[in-house]
Design a protein around this ligand. Structure first.
Ligand SMILES: C[S@@+](CC[C@H](N)C(=O)[O-])C[C@H]1O[C@@H](n2cnc3c(N)ncnc32)[C@H](O)[C@@H]1O
Length: 283
């Protein structure tokens, strides 16, 4: 059978390199606990089966499953999913049965199932760079969202100071030495570059092992969305925003919000013409 070609650009290095070393990812984000608590509470409160886009190595999905809720996780990174499976193998049998993993692109993966809760966590949405990427993904969410279901997506807000960083490679931001799970003691530095027209922020991370092994350079690219722009994307993709949090402690959004968490549901048809509205109610 001829292979089906995806109409989308392949997943770029900036969406995959940072996720190629799951042990390093786990160490880097070990202290990030507020979003885990937020999503566990939300899943317990909403109570239905969860579909998580960008499930990674289960940082959020696993704690949700431990609370008795089945989770289907989609991710494009095989190293992250392999690590998730290894972690899952150490869990009690009932937790293992609650997790279903699928390797795939969030823009195209089709599941023959609908979910009352669809999550897109920890900036995964920032790996969708173009209007076409977003439209394709939101169409997938619409297709997988059960009637009356909730779609929740979080994203970091653009930091104007970060976007204004000088991309000059000699201006690397040096970080304290640390012990890397694979490379031992390392020196580490980051460079930042923001492309004005595409609104893509590029972080170039350079890790230099102290033992003389070759340095590693990894890129992370994230689309930047300004709050009103993202609202507009959701609304034009057929979602109604029911609630927005400005932190994982559920504070309302304000000028200092470093994250926005949008809660949306499928928009119900609305007609501005009263005659049309009457026709619709007759059906
Ligand atoms: C910041 S991580 C979040 C992982 C996990 N949810 C967590 O909170 O730790 C973003 C994830 O999105 C995945 N990803 C990036 N682009 C993707 C795409 N087009 N389709 C599916 N997954 C993608 C990456 O592989 C990565 O695991």
């Amino acid at each position: 059978m001829p292979s089906q070609k995806s109409p989308f650009a392949p997943i770029p290095p900036g969406s995959s390199e940072h996720y190629s070393d799951a042990a390093y990812y786990t160490k880097t984000y070990a202290g990030r606990l507020e979003d885990v608590a937020y999503y566990v509470d939300l899943a317990v409160q909403l109570g239905g089966e969860v579909l998580e886009y960008g499930t990674g190595n289960g940082r959020i999905a696993l704690p949700i499953a431990r609370h008795g809720i089945p989770v289907t996780g989609i991710d494009a990174s095989r190293p992250m999913l392999d690590d998730f499976r290894e972690r899952l193998a150490k869990e009690p049998a009932e937790v293992q049965t609650r997790i279903t993993l699928r390797e795939g692109d969030m823009r195209t993966t089709k599941l023959r199932k609908k979910f009352p809760v669809v999550l897109c966590t920890f900036n995964t949405i920032l790996h969708l760079y173009t209007h076409e990427d977003l439209a394709a993904f939101f169409a997938r969410v619409q297709a997988h969202l059960a009637p009356g279901g909730r779609f929740v997506v979080d994203l970091s807000t653009p930091s104007l100071a970060d976007l204004a960083h000088d991309p000059d490679p000699t201006r690397e931001r040096k970080m304290p030495r640390f012990r890397h799970p694979r490379l031992g003691l390392v020196r580490y530095g980051e460079r930042f570059a923001y492309d004005f027209m595409t609104q893509i922020f590029r972080v170039t991370m350079r890790t230099t092992p102290e033992n003389g092994a070759p340095e590693e350079i990894v890129e992370l690219t994230q689309r930047q969305f300004f709050p009103q722009e993202f609202r507009h994307y959701l609304q034009t993709a057929g979602f109604e925003i029911v609630h927005t949090d400005g932190s994982f402690t559920s504070a309302p959004p304000d000028d200092f919000s470093e994250v926005l968490i949008f809660h949306a549901k499928r928009k119900t048809k609305q007609f501005s013409d009263p005659a049309l509205r009457r026709d619709e109610t007759k059906k």
